[in-house]
Write a protein that binds this ligand. Structure first.
Ligand code: NAD
Length: 356
């Protein structure tokens, strides 16, 4: 066996149906007296009201101002709310956008965070924060942004629409696929990656077919945790780089971008990462990984082209240039012509072509 380093992250995780009712105890455990509950507007706000109610006198109120890709302006507005309400902690109830806001606040204030994820983005168990300013998304790693406590309660995810289940689930799978060929990978993270992909690949179609069933939603949440853990532990590669560039430059929806691109980035790396792909294939219960991922996205009813999610074709060149200007390590060396061709196929919604 190759030598490796494994450094576990100290987040406390509570998993289980009804676990949200333990929120007040967890706040007390952290010594929190006035927590500001964060969410996105709309459905997210209803969940935030539920959590705020459970917190009772330990709630400082709700700030429903989270925005996708964590724009700095949204963080500045939230910091005013933190100050105004004299909050001594933040509690994020929602998807990666809400968690992102919580982390951005923690980075600037060092306030403790409790996160209750309602999508499969996985941000809640990573020390990573991506922020957007003037159309550029930059990512940093800091122990300050890692949440102290994460509560996974399937009940908070029961209303997650099938369309978001599909793309958010593909987003989670993307973390695990890239973890399997990560430069700094290790056997423990790879175990989690394989288990995470398998749990999601089994659960996602069942959720889309029977949205009211609890068990597959619980399995998907478990898979999402494992995949998020992989993202937090090891470095990501070309796939995540392309998604960050696309999200920052064109404000494309995060999970949908991952979902469209994953089969194509897997195809790009297929020849360079045979062992990782064999494990991913086993977890997916299907043959060649790029095709299996493309078929899974189709089965889940997810959009499979960048065109359909709002990207203009003339943006492709900018993505290639930005990717090449500050590349991530990748198992297959970055070749601008091959990346361009990958993006053209993804833009058109064509099936992935291995070794493009
Ligand atoms: P999101 O948080 O924007 O949620 C997507 C939509 O789903 C929103 O409209 C939200 O209101 C809705 N929603 C969420 N939970 C719901 C529920 N239970 N019921 C009904 N509707 C619900 O999207 P996301 O894909 O979860 O997160 C994307 C963001 O997270 C991006 O900004 C991305 O960069 C970031 N992210 C960061 C990391 C990290 O480690 N730093 C990891 C993954 C994602």
């Amino acid at each position: 066996m190759e030598p490796f380093v494994y450094q576990p992250l100290p987040t406390r995780v509570l998993f289980g149906r009804g676990a949200v009712t333990r929120i007040k105890d967890e706040a007390e455990r952290l010594g929190v007296k006035r927590a500001l509950v964060l969410s996105t507007p709309g459905r997210g706000e209803a969940l935030a009201k539920q959590v705020s109610g459970l917190l009772g006198e330990r709630s400082a109120g709700i700030h429903a101002g989270a925005v996708m890709h964590t724009p700095v302006e949204a963080t500045e507005r939230a910091l005013l709310a933190v100050k105004d309400k004299a909050a001594d902690a933040v509690i994020a109830v929602g998807g990666g956008s809400t968690t992102g806001l919580s982390k951005a606040i923690a980075l600037r204030t060092d306030l403790p965070q409790i996160v209750l994820p309602t999508t499969y983005a996985g941000s809640e168990v990573t020390p990573i924060l991506g922020e957007t300013q003037s159309g550029v998304k930059t990512t940093q790693k800091s122990a300050r942004v890692l949440p102290e406590v994460v509560i996974y309660d399937v009940d908070l995810t029961m209303d997650l629409p099938a369309s978001i289940v599909a793309t958010s689930g593909m987003n989670a799978i993307a973390h695990a696929v890239e973890a399997l060929y990560a430069k700094d990978g290790n056997p423990i993270t790879s175990l989690m990656a394989e288990e995470g992909i398998a749990a999601l690949a089994r659960a996602l179609p069942r959720i889309v077919e029977g949205p009211a069933e609890v068990e597959p939603r619980s399995d998907a949440l478990y898979g999402a945790w494992l995949c998020g853990h992989c993202l937090g532990m090891v470095g990501m590669a070309l796939h995540h780089k392309l998604c960050h560039v696309l999200g920052g430059a064109f404000d494309l929806p995060h999970a949908q971008t991952h979902s469209v691109l994953l089969p194509h980035s897997a195809a790009y790396n297929l020849p360079a990462a045979p062992e990782a792909m064999a494990r991913a294939s086993r977890a997916l219960g299907a043959g060649e990984v790029p095709k299996a991922l493309f078929d899974l996205a189709g089965r889940l009813g997810a959009k499979r082209s960048l065109r359909e999610i709002g990207m203009l074709e003339d943006g492709i060149e900018r993505v290639v240039e930005t990717t090449m200007a500050a590349p991530y390590w990748n198992p297959r060396p970055l070749d601008p012509a091959a990346i361009r061709s990958l993006l053209v196929r993804a833009w058109r919604g064509e099936p992935p072509q291995s070794g493009d």
